[in-house]
Each structure stands twice: as structure tokens, then as C-alpha cells.
Write a protein that binds this ligand. Sequence first.
Ligand code: HSE
Length: 435
Amino acid sequence: METINIGILGFGVVGTGVAKLLLDKKTVLESRTGAVLNLKTIADIDTTTDRGIDLGQTRLIDDAGGVIADPDIDIIVETIGGETVAKACIEKAMANGKHVVTANKALLAGHGNGLVKLARKNSVDLAFEASCGGCMPIIKTLRESLVANHIRSMSGILNGTCNYILTKISQDGSEFEAALKNAQDLGFAEAEPSLDIDGHDTAHKLAILNSLAHGMEINLKDIHVEGIRNITPADIKFAREFGYTIKLLAIGKIHDDHVEARVHPTMIPDTNPLSHVDQSMNAIAVDADATGQTMLYGKGAGMMPTASAVLSDIADIARNMIAGTRRRMPILGFLEDHIKEIPILPMEELSTRYYLRFEAQDHPGVLSTISGILGEHHISIKSVHQKGRKNNGRVPVVMITHMANEASVQTALTRIVKTDSVVGNPMVIRIEETA
Ligand code: HSE
């Protein structure tokens, strides 16, 4: 049986999970790939911490360069994270003719187009199933299983931290800060949580998925991103009264000559299966022309779920090598000469429905002032709820609009805020009726 040598860069959580699977699942991996997947070397600056694995013949060294330069190593698994060192290591590995597997969505979202070109130049594979949605096989689904489909739209819950926090606020009425603290105490949120809670991690994943779905270059910079910091228990409660749940969604839709790509808290009807994806779970719904709706659900993070996705890439590359081939699968799902620059719709041109919550002064004429300004901007109100009187004389006024234009909504809200009818900034949550 052919031996394929593997090197891991980064012996943190994911690297440890990959090492565990390579060592513990040796026999089943041989039966499934027809190759001995030999974990030859791991590199990490920390070579002393006990990761709870018997490494056997595998070497643990502190020099990534030693792994990248090893002529016997066929596949490099990058689990360093971050963009600088990881990028340099991947580039060097490719230049040395090694296939690369990575879970690094930030790197791919920011530099993926260049890395795809470099892989082509060096005739190596670049695989990244673990970059989006942890163990959910969404990359393979888009690139392989749905190959005969025109992907019309995707809606995903792709960040377990945000989903955990939103679930916590929803289930016990916690304020955002308390829910975040709880997520941190339980290890669901990082000590520095902004990448997750401000939506950027989700945007990285959407940039990659949009590229695979629509045959476009990876474009992170034009994705509209909002996080969940401002979501209150009151909004979640009002949403529930209207029959909606609030989720941080990644939304990617294709139109004739542009795509929509946006990440923001979104109200979805309780009939949408995504509304029932709770705690730190991830899910993605894909709407395609031949299949209709397809959905994946699973753990979006964690040592073994992420390592499982990395192993699927290693196995693919190993199978190719056994078959004497390489670069069988276009890295972004379309042949590189067929990848187009499709523009992302500027947010101000978006049309959708809106949930608006104002802290309104409880005096006569307030509702007509608000609805009058909305009307002047062609924003039609579907329903209005005024929710009781507060001690300080202000009342929450909640409105659901019909389809409206984003720029018009923002302009109208700027005008409303300047009146003496409301206090503070309104809460704006976009509504998606379909998954
Ligand atoms: N930080 C991510 C999350 C996991 O909270 O889902 C890795 O993508």
C-alpha cells in the first residue's frame, strides 16, 4: 500500500484533532483511501505541552520550515490560523510542490484568489472543507454534489458563538453582555470575541461560499457585515410575537448581473427550519434549480468536528495521488478561466422587509410623525405595535414594513431620529421570508 506523508503546521486545538484522527483511525482510513496516511511531522512553537496523544513515530518539532522543506512530505495541513505566518507557510509549501489543506477562513477570504493562482502555478491542490461550517460538508456539497445546479441562494447560520448567544438571550431573557459572558465561561466564545460577534467570521465564510456557489472570485470587502451586539431581549420577544426568530444569517443570492452578499441579524419566520437551529449549532440552506431546498446541519466548531472536515480533504488528495492524478477538482468549483467578477449589490440598493423599533415619546402625534416620514420615503407599514407605557414616559413602537429600499429606510430613519418624537437610535432588523 502506498504511503502518503503528512505534515501538520500548528499543534493547537484543530491540529491536535487532525493528529488524533490520523493516528486513531489509521485502519479505517487505509480501508477507505487505499493509502497509509502517515503523520510524519508536526511543527509548533510549543513542543512541550501534553496534548494527550501518543505520537508514536511522529516527530514534533518547533520549526515549520523543517516540515515545509521535507521532500518526503506530500500534504501540508495548515492549522496555525491568522494570516501572516500561515500565508507564508502555505506559499512556501506550494512552491515546494506540496498539496495544502487548511481550515483558515480568514486567510482564504482575504487572500484566497492569490492562493488559488499559486496552487495552479505549482500544480498542487488547495483544500479547505473545514473553513466553513466545521463538519458540515458544505464545500463538497457546492463544488461536487450540486455540480449540475444553478445555486439561487444560500442562507446560513455559520457562527456558533453568535448562535449560542442569540439562543441564550431568547431562552432566558439575558441581556447581550450576560449572554456573551456565559458563552465565554462555557468556552463557546473567545476572550476577545469581536471577530465572531461583529459578524466578520461569518463574512469570511460567506465570501468563500459565494465564490463556490456562483463561480465568482472571493470577494470579502464588498460584503455588508453587521453583528449581534445591539440585539436585546425585547427585540427577540417582539420578533416571537410576530412569529419570527432572530438569527445572524449569512445571505448569498444570485441575480442576473450581481449577487447579494450580506451578514446581519435577520428575522426569519418560525416556519423556516433555520429558526430551530439553536445553541452553538450551524446550518445552511441552499436553494438550487434542480434540487430545490437542501439543508446541512452540524457542529461548526470544536476539535473533532473540524478535524473530521480536514480529514475529508486529506483523503481526497490521497485518493487522487493513488489514482496518479492531482487537481482533479477545481479549487473554487469552476475552472479558473471560468471564474467571473460578479459585483455584489451595494447595500443601499437592497430591497427587503424591515422590523423597526423606536423608543417613542408617549404623546399625541408621535405615530403619525413616524409613519408620515416613512410614507414620504415610500415605506409602507404592514403592522404597528405600541407596547405599553414605560415609567419614563417612553414606549417601544414596533413596526414591520412591506418591501422597502434600504437607502430610503436609512434616510427616513435619519429624519425620524431628528424629531422630538423618538429617543435614541431605532433598532433595524431585516426580515427574510424564505430560507
Ligand atoms: N468561531 C467560530 C464560531 C468557529 O463561533 O462558530 C470557527 O469558525
